[in-house]
Design a protein around this ligand. Structure first.
Ligand code: ADP
Ligand code: MG
Length: 664
C-alpha cells in the first residue's frame, strides 16, 4: 500500500541500508526480494500486478458496458463485476492477511476491509474500482515512487555485463560478476569500466561524469585509478581489478540510494510507532460513523481515505530524489541525517591548501645553505617525500621528475600530518616540514628575510641535526572560491572562516583576496580542531577540507565535507559528506539541495495530512463517495511523487554548464 509494503514487509529480512544487505546477499548478487539488479523479481511482481489491474479493470468496465447494453440481463453485468472485483482485490487482501498473520496491523487491513465490506454489501463495481485505484497506487509506488529502484537500475546500466579478462595473454570474455580482485582485464575505447581498477597498460581519456558529475574528460595513464561505471573514451586500457561489486565507488553510491529509501522523518517515525493504534482507531471511528449514520458507504469511504500512503511516502520520495540529485553531482552522502543537517548549517570553516586554493603547488624557490646546490636540496626533499601525498610532496616530486633528478632510496618513513615527513636515507635522518616542528625537535631553523619568501609557503629541509635549506612554494586560489563564498552568504551562512597550517603572511595574502570573515594561520591539526570547537559553541558548523590530513577537523565539525574524494576511502570514512571532485561549487549546491528537500518534505506532509484528515471529515459527513475517495487517494500519492521528483533537477544547471565548458 505504501512504501512499508514494498519495503518493510517484503524486504523485512533484507535491511537495505548497506552492510546488512550486503551480508545477506553477498557481493554483486541480486537480492531476490528487492531485485536491486535490473532483472529483479520485484519488477516481475509489479508486472504481475499490472496484469491483474488491466484484466480486473477490463471486467469492471465490461460490467458497466453490459449493464448499459443489456439492461434487463443484470446477471451478466454482475458476474463481470464480481470477477473484476475479486481479481483486483486478491493481491490487496492477500497482503493484508499476510500482515495479520505476521502480527502487523498496518494500513493494508483498512483498505482490504473497505473492499470486503463493499463486496459483502453486494456492490462489486465499487469494490472493484477501489481495488483498482489502490492497486494502481501500489504499482506507481513500486515503479517510480521511491524512485530508488529506478535510480539503481540506471546505475546498474552503467556497468557492462561482460568483461574481457586477460588469461595467458589472450582476451577471454567473462561475466563481469565473475571478476575477482587481482584479475587483469582489457577495456576498449567507448566501453564503460565494469569494476574499479588500476591502469597497467595504455592511456586514455576517461569521462567520470557518472560518479563525479564532472563531464570534463580526464587523462589516465599507467598507475592511475579508474572507476566502475565511468566511460573509457579514447584508448585501449589494460587494468588490474582492485574493487568489485559493492566495494566500488559506484557500489557505494548504490548503497547510499538504498539507504535513502528507508529514511524517516520524525513525523513518519511517530506514525510508525503508533501504526499499531492507527488502524484500530480508524476502525473505531468507522463503528461510530456506522452507529450514527447506518451508512456503509460512509464507512467504506472513511477506510479508503484514511489510508495514509501519501504521508508515509512524503519523506522517502523526497530523500531518494535529493540523494539521486546529489549522486549526479558527485556528492556522496554517507548518512541521510547529514543531508538533513546541511540545511541547518550557519558557519563554514575551510581548509586553505587544496580547498580554497587548488592545492597544485609549484616550487618557486630552492634556497640551500652555502655549499649545497639547489639540485641537491631538491633531490633530498623529493626523496623524503616519496611516501607522502601532501600537496607539498606532490610538487616536489613533479619538479624532480621534470628536472630529471634521480631520487635516493629511502628507509623507514613517517609522516606527521600537518607538520612534515621524516625518513632515513643512507643512515641519515632527513626531515622536511614546517619551521615550528623542526624547532621543537631542537633544530636551528635560522631566520631568513621575509622579502625573500613573501607570500610563499615554506618548508625546511634538515639532514640529521642540521637545516640544509628551505623551499618556497605557491599555489593559487580556485576560480570558483570567490563565487561560492558569496553564494554561501546569499544562502544565509553567517560566518565563513579559513584555517591553515601555512604561514601568517601566506594566509593573510589569500584571505585578503577573498571574502572571508576570519582566518587562523600556523595551525597544527589540533589547533584546527580547537577552532572548530570554538565556532561550534555559537553555530552549527561545517568543515570543508581535503580529507587526508584534515581528518580530525572534519570529524570535529557538525558536518565534515571532504573534497576530491574519488577513490579515497580515507576521505569517505572521515567525512560525513564526500565530494568526488574538487569543485567547490558543490558546497553551496549541497546546502541548497538540503533546504529544498526540507521544504518539499514539509509540503508533502502538509498535502498528505490535508488529504487524509480532510477526506475523513468529508467521508464521515457523507460528502465523499468511496470511488472519489479511491481516486483522491491515488491523486494525493501522485502529487507527492511529482513534487518530490522536482528535487532530481536540482543542480542540473551546474552539470549543463560544465558540459558546455567541456565542449569548448
Ligand atoms: P593546510 O592547513 O594549509 O592544508 P597542512 O595542515 O596540510 O596545511 O600543513 C601545514 C604545514 O605543514 C604545511 O604548510 C607544511 O609546511 C607542513 N607540512 C605538512 N605536511 C608536509 C609534508 N608532507 N611535507 C612537508 N611539509 C609538510
Ligand atoms: Mg590541507
Amino acid at each position: 500500500m505504501t512504501i512499508e509494503h514494498t519495503h518493510d514487509q517484503q524486504c523485512q529480512e533484507h535491511n537495505h541500508a548497506g552492510s546488512e544487505h550486503k551480508r545477506q546477499h553477498g557481493k554483486g548478487m541480486t537480492c531476490p526480494v528487492c531485485g536491486t539488479i535490473s532483472e529483479g523479481v520485484a519488477h516481475e511482481r509489479s508486472m504481475g500486478k499490472v496484469g491483474i489491474a488491466v484484466a480486473g479493470g477490463f471486467f469492471i468496465v465490461n460490467s458497466y458496458i453490459l449493464g448499459w447494453l443489456l439492461p434487463e440481463q443484470t446477471f451478466a453485468a454482475s458476474f463481470s463485476a464480481i470477477i473484476g472485483a475479486v481479481a483486483l482485490a486478491f493481491p490487496i487482501v492477500f497482503t493484508a492477511i499476510k500482515d495479520l498473520v505476521k502480527g502487523q496491523v498496518y494500513m493494508n487491513e483498512l483498505v482490504a476491509l473497505a473492499i470486503l465490506a463493499a463486496m459483502v454489501g453486494g456492490d462489486f463495481r465499487t469494490a472493484g474500482i477501489i481495488a483498482f485505484f489502490l492497486l494502481a497506487t501500489i504499482i506507481i509506488e513500486s515503479r517510480t515512487a521511491s524512485g530508488a529502484q529506478r535510480s539503481i537500475e540506471e546505475l546498474v546500466k552503467l556497468t557492462p555485463n561482460t568483461a574481457r579478462k586477460i588469461v595467458d595473454g589472450r582476451e577471454v570474455e567473462v561475466q563481469a560478476l565473475e571478476l575477482k580482485v587481482g584479475d587483469i582485464i582489457s577495456v576498449r575505447p567507448g566501453e564503460n569500466f565494469p569494476v574499479d581498477g588500476r591502469v597497467l597498460k595504455g592511456e586514455s581519456a576517461v569521462n567520470q561524469a557518472s560518479i563525479t558529475g564532472e563531464s570534463l574528460p580526464l587523462d589516465k595513464a599507467v598507475g592511475d585509478d579508474v572507476f566502475a561505471g565511468t566511460q573509457n573514451l579514447t584508448g585501449q586500457i589494460e587494468m588490474e581489478v582492485t574493487k568489485i561489486g559493492e566495494d566500488t565507488t559506484l557500489g557505494k553510491v548504490k548503497d547510499m540510494i538504498l539507504a535513502a529509501e528507508s529514511s524517516r522523518t520524525p513525523i513518519v517515525r511517530i506514525i510508525d510507532r503508533y501504526a499499531g493504534y492507527y488502524t484500530p482507531t480508524i476502525l473505531m471511528l468507522a463503528v461510530v460513523t456506522w452507529s450514527f449514520t447506518q451508512s456503509m458507504e460512509r464507512v467504506i469511504t472513511l477506510m479508503v481515505i484514511a489510508c495514509p500512503c501519501a504521508i508515509v511516502l512524503a519523506t522517502p520520495t523526497a530523500v531518494v530524489a535529493a540523494v539521486a540529485a546529489a549522486a549526479r553531482l558527485g556528492i556522496f552522502i554517507k548518512n541521510i541525517s547529514h543531508l538533513e543537517l546541511a540545511a541547518k548549517i550557519r558557519a563554514f570553516i575551510f581548509d586553505k591548501t587544496g580547498t580554497l586554493t587548488d592545492g597544485i603547488l609549484s616550487v618557486t624557490k630552492l634556497n640551500p645553505i652555502a655549499g649545497m646546490s639547489p639540485a641537491e636540496l631538491l633531490k633530498l626533499a623529493a626523496s623524503a617525500e616519496v611516501h607522502s601525498n601532501h600537496p607539498t610532496a606532490v610538487a616536489l616530486q613533479k619538479l624532480a621528475e621534470e628536472a630529471g633528478v634521480k631520487l635516493d632510496k629511502t628507509g623507514s618513513a613517517k609522516e606527521e600530518h600537518g607538520k612534515g615527513v621524516e625518513v632515513t636515507i643512507d643512515g641519515k635522518t632527513i626531515r622536511v616540514g614546517r619551521a615550528g616542528w623542526l624547532e621543537k625537535m631542537g633544530l636551528e631553523v635560522g631566520k631568513h628575510h621575509d622579502d625573500e619568501s613573501h607570500g610563499m609557503s615554506v618548508v625546511y629541509v634538515a639532514s640529521d641535526d642540521k637545516v640544509v635549506g628551505w623551499i618556497g612554494l605557491k599555489d593559487k586560489i580556485r576560480n570558483e572560491t570567490g563565487q561560492i563564498l558569496s553564494d554561501l552568504k546569499t544562502l544565509g551562512i553567517k560566518h565563513c572562516a579559513m584555517v591553515t597550517g601555512d604561514r601568517e603572511s601566506v594566509a593573510k595574502t589569500i584571505a585578503s583576496g577573498i571574502q572571508i570573515d576570519e582566518y587562523r594561520a600556523e595551525c597544527l591539526p589540533e589547533d584546527k580542531v580547537e577552532y572548530v570547537e570554538k565556532v561550534k559553541t555559537s553555530s552549527r558548523v561545517a568543515v570543508v577540507g581535503d580529507g587526508v590530513n584534515d581528518a580530525p577537523a572534519l570529524a570535529a565539525g557538525d558536518l565534515g565535507i571532504a573534497m576530491g574524494a574519488i577513490g579515497s576511502d580515507i576521505a569517505v570514512n572521515s567525512a560525513s559528506i564526500a565530494l568526488m571532485t574538487n569543485d567547490l561549487r558543490r558546497v553551496p549546491m549541497l546546502i541548497f539541495l538540503s533546504r529544498k528537500m526540507r521544504t518539499i518534505i514539509n509540503q508533502n506532509l502538509f498535502v498528505g495530512m490535508i488529504f487524509v484528515l480532510g477526506g475523513m471529515i468529508l467521508a464521515v459527513f457523507g460528502e465523499l463517495g468511496p470511488v472519489a475517495a479511491a481516486v483522491l487517494h491515488t491523486l494525493s500519492t501522485l502529487l507527492i511523487i511529482f513534487n518530490s521528483a522536482r528535487l532530481v533537477r536540482v543542480g542540473e544547471e551546474l552539470t549543463l554548464e560544465e558540459s558546455r565548458t567541456a565542449q569548448d
